[in-house]
Structures are given as C-alpha cells and as structure tokens.
Write a protein that binds this ligand. Structure first.
Ligand code: NAD
Length: 290
C-alpha cells in the first residue's frame, strides 16, 4: 500500500502504518498515493482527485465529511471512510469547557489578573446547576455532553428529529427547546435542514440572555443575525469552536461582536483523540492488508 498522510495526525502514525507499505507526508507525491489520510485541512475536491490517479481509499480522521467530495470519489471508484466514534469525548469536553467558561467569566477574570486588576467584587458568576441545557442533535457527541451536563445537575432536553427516545435527554420539539433552554449546544451535522437553522426567527423564540455553544458546524448559525442578537443582549454569549471557514474570514461579524468566546476548531484535537483516530486508521488498513 502507498499511503499519503496529508494532514496532521498522531506523531506515531507514520511508524504504525509502515507495516502496510510505503508512508509519506509530502503532498507533492499525491500522484503515487493509493490511500490518502486527511483531517480538515486538505480538501478532497474534484480538482484534488485529478492529481491522484492511483487513489483507491480516502480516510478522513474525524466525524464530518464536509471536506471530501464523496460524489466525485464514488464516480472514480474511490472508497471514503471516516472515524465517527473516535472524537465524541474530545468534542464533548470542549463543549463543556466553553459552557463552563462563560458563566464563570474565566477569560475576564484571567485578563483582569494579568492586567493587575483583582475583579473579586466585579465578577458575578452563575452556575450550570439546575439550568436547562437544550441540545440540538443528540447523537454521539450530544450524548457525551448530555452525560456530563446531567452530572452537573443540569436539566437536559434535546431536539433530534431522527430519535424517538434518549437515555438521558428528554426529547422535545424545536420550539420547546428554544423557549425553555438557558444554554443551547449545537451538535448536528451540516445538512440542508440545519444550515442557517439558528437565524433571527429562531433566536427570537429563545429566552432572553440565552447562552449558545457551538462545537457542531459554523454554518448552522446565520452570523449577522447572531451578531445583532449579541449586540442587543438577547443572546448573552456565543461560545464557538466552528466557523464558516477555517480560519474565519476577517469580515466575520462574530469576530468583533460582544460576548463571543472563540476557539480555532480544536474540538477533535486532543492528544488522546488523535491516538484513537490512529487506532481506527490502523484497524481499517489491517482489514485491507489481511
Ligand atoms: P452523530 O451523527 O452521532 O449525531 C448527530 C445527530 O444530529 C444525530 O443524532 C442526528 O439525528 C441529529 N440531527 C440530524 N439532523 C438534525 C436536525 N435537523 N435537527 C436536530 N438534530 C439533527 O454525529 P456526532 O459524532 O455527534 O457529531 C455531530 C457533529 O459535530 C458533526 O456532524 C460535526 O459537524 C461536528 N463535529 C465538530 C468537531 C469539532 O472539532 N468541533 C469534531 C467532530 C464533529
């Protein structure tokens, strides 16, 4: 097997894959590759495939396949696989970190200390305990968030049109979720139904002062609508790991909106998760080699 590791994976992966054949990371040698491993950076477009005449398998280390043109791969007989189970805990922990950082004012408190300001009287914390968390999408990641939020004493409700029961979250309609939640955390894939679902109309149905957390996909949000709601105080804070593009365009209105807590799409980037993704890649290639 000739394997190109096109994006950043676990540092040990090249050595682990060497048993399957030749492994390299130089994208200039795409033309020789039979297997390409990508995460988010490499876009497997029709144009990319033009340069990969020997390609038989694309493995995306991660959940979504937004950066792989599956139709173009299928037309060329190229199989596309991902590692959907591996990342759930990593993303859920980031969602919890974002959810905790906002009501605890961690950024303001830390910045105050570095600026020599001891904001003990100014910073007013609130708790997650007994607040309602609404999960939009409660699959692998949403379920890990549900577990952790329940342990914090949150009342966990969820909207997921493809589920009829859930072991932790109480399933409700989208309207119910929007009007009842103190925190809303987004965990859907980007689809025709979810693209732009958090627009001005949806925001107007939310509680005043709601806190939104997004570790799903940036395009589920209509950015100008959310920026306006943050400026008006309707939405108290938006904590996000995901953007319209990586990195966001400098014109993204959320970059300058008030009360936005931002991370650079690091939900899946825990050391442990990269190890787990590596394990799945090894399993996939072992099955083919055997
Ligand atoms: P999953 O498929 O296990 O769960 C997604 C859930 O969303 C499913 O239960 C599905 O029924 C539900 N859903 C689909 N359409 C919906 C709709 N219109 N309204 C409400 N729910 C809907 O996927 P997952 O592993 O939980 O991942 C969820 C998403 O998280 C991924 O698709 C990806 O966009 C995102 N993600 C982000 C990062 C990151 O780095 N921040 C990493 C991995 C995944």
């Amino acid at each position: 097997m000739k394997i190109l590791i096109a994006d950043a994976f676990d540092a040990k992966l090249p050595d682990r894959l060497a048993v399957f054949g030749e492994v390299w990371t130089d994208p200039a040698r795409l033309g020789d590759a039979e297997v390409v491993l990508v995460r988010s950076k490499t876009k497997v477009t029709r144009e990319y495939l033009e340069g990969a005449p020997n390609l038989k398998l694309v493995i995306r280390g991660g959940v979504g396949l937004d950066n792989v043109d599956k139709a173009a791969c299928t037309e060329r007989g190229i199989e596309v696989l991902n590692t959907p189970q591996a990342s759930s805990v990593a993303v859920a922990e980031l969602a919890m970190a974002l959810m905790l950082a906002v009501p605890n004012h961690l950024i303001a408190a830390h910045n105050g200390m570095t600026e020599g300001k001891f904001l003990k009287n100014e910073i007013k914390r609130t708790e997650l305990f007994r607040k309602t968390l609404g999960l939009i999408g409660v699959g692998l990641i949403g379920s890990e968030v549900a577990k952790r939020a329940a342990a914090f004493g949150m009342d966990v409700i969820a909207f997921d049109p493809f589920l009829t029961t859930h072991p932790i979250a109480t399933l409700v309609s989208l309207d119910d979720l929007l009007s009842r939640s103190d925190y809303i955390s987004l965990h859907t894939p980007l689809t025709d139904q979810t693209r732009g679902m958090i627009d001005a109309a949806a925001i107007s149905r939310m509680k005043d002062g709601v806190i939104l957390v997004n570790t799903g996909r940036g395009k589920v949000i209509v950015e100008p609508d959310l920026a306006a709601a943050l400026a008006a105080g309707k939405v108290r804070a938006y904590a996000t790991d995901v953007w319209y593009s990586d990195p966001p365009d400098p014109s993204c209105p959320l970059l300058s909106a008030p009360n936005v807590l931002m991370t650079p799409h690091i939900g899946a980037s825990s050391k442990e998760n990269l190890g787990r993704i590596g394990d799945v890649v090894v399993q996939i290639l072992s099955a083919r080699a055997g």
